[in-house]
Design a protein around this ligand. Structure first.
Ligand code: PEP
Ligand code: MG
Length: 313
């Protein structure tokens, strides 16, 4: 079976009732594209652009950025590629963007907040993306990290559209934007939930701090309820809601996330096969029932257990 699987290109992601769920890749550099395609990624759900910035003392030029984006987009002709703008700050500090000392950098000038404070860098990144988009034939979606307010959503999507970028959205990584997702999705074409940060901010536990690592569990029903807010808002507004945090790589949690309204899942390419296999064994009604069981609990372990037993029924 293993050999046959390696030989034939994997089927697109689908539930047992035929409902399509795009299975996408999280990538950190263009060179990772070939492996993702070989593993059946139907596109890219999160392209992290930090690699362009972290290695140097200054921002890369527009030309350097354009070349990297063209390399990525060319590998996914006709497919969806979601590029995230630079997410500097907190766990990804950058000397030229995050120069002031912050006592609590995860709560400071990071993500879109940092880009907005250095708008020249934001504008250069949008320029490079628009040029790469014009030179290639992928379906480019662009999103901003760490968006907290509706006003920030409107600011970013308006600015990105001014550069000719067609599909512009936001990452939902902060409880505030999850709770106001119906308002956020009036302005954004899509939302992508970053469960790593959404968990950190919901549980008020630094994701880098070992002493509070037990709080960093996306199965926690408080996190799941926020995901449900976004999923329901997406359904009401007719807008896609993706998941691009590590949670999407947990096969049973992937089913729960679909049951909460996620329309695509993005993950490390190595996780695609197991998630594809698991979601194919459940219908959308199953996923909703399993999600309801997980939601109706008081902690992460109980949610995991409730989902497991609901999935066996
Ligand atoms: C997340 O926060 O879930 C996410 C996908 O972004 P990153 O891990 O890069 O912060
Ligand atoms: Mg994040």
């Amino acid at each position: 079976a293993r050999e046959a699987e390696d030989a034939a290109p994997p089927e697109p992601g689908a539930l047992a009732d035929g409902t399509a769920v795009n299975l996408l890749a999280n990538l950190g550099k263009p060179g990772d594209a070939a492996d993702a395609v070989a593993r059946g990624a139907e596109g890219v759900g999160l392209f992290r652009t930090e690699f362009l910035f972290l290695s140097s003392a200054q921002a890369p030029t527009i030309e350097q950025q354009r070349a990297a984006y063209i390399e990525l987009l060319a590998a996914f002709e006709g497919k969806k590629v979601v590029v995230r703008l630079l997410d500097a700050g907190a766990d990804k500090p950058l000397a030229f963007l995050n120069d002031a000392h912050e006592e609590n950098p995860a709560l400071g000038l990071r993500g879109l907040r940092a880009l907005r404070a250095s708008e020249d860098i934001l504008r250069e990144q949008l320029t490079a993306l628009a040029e790469a988009d014009a030179a290639t034939a992928a379906d480019l979606w662009v999103m901003a990290p760490m968006v907290t307010t509706v006003e920030e959503t409107e600011y970013f999507t308006t600015l990105a559209k001014d550069y000719g970028l067609k599909t512009t959205g936001v990452m939902v990584e902060v409880p505030a934007s999850a709770l106001l997702a119906d308002q956020v999705l009036l302005h954004a074409d899509f939302a992508s939930i970053g469960t790593n940060d959404l968990t950190q901010y919901t549980m008020a536990a630094d994701r880098l701090l070992g002493s509070v690592a037990s709080f960093q569990d996306p199965w926690h029903p408080a996190v799941l309820r926020l995901v449900r807010e976004v999923g329901e808002a997406g359904a009401r507004r007719g807008k896609p809601v993706g998941i691009c945090g590590e949670a999407a790589a947990d096969p049973l949690l992937a089913v729960v996330l679909i049951g909460l309204g996620a329309t695509s899942l993005s993950m490390a390419p190595a996780a695609l096969a197991d998630v594809r296999r698991m979601i194919a064994t459940h219908t959308l009604d199953d996923a909703k029932r399993i999600a309801a069981a997980a939601l109706d609990t008081s902690d992460a372990d109980a949610a995991r257990e409730a989902a497991r037993s609901a999935a066996q029924r």
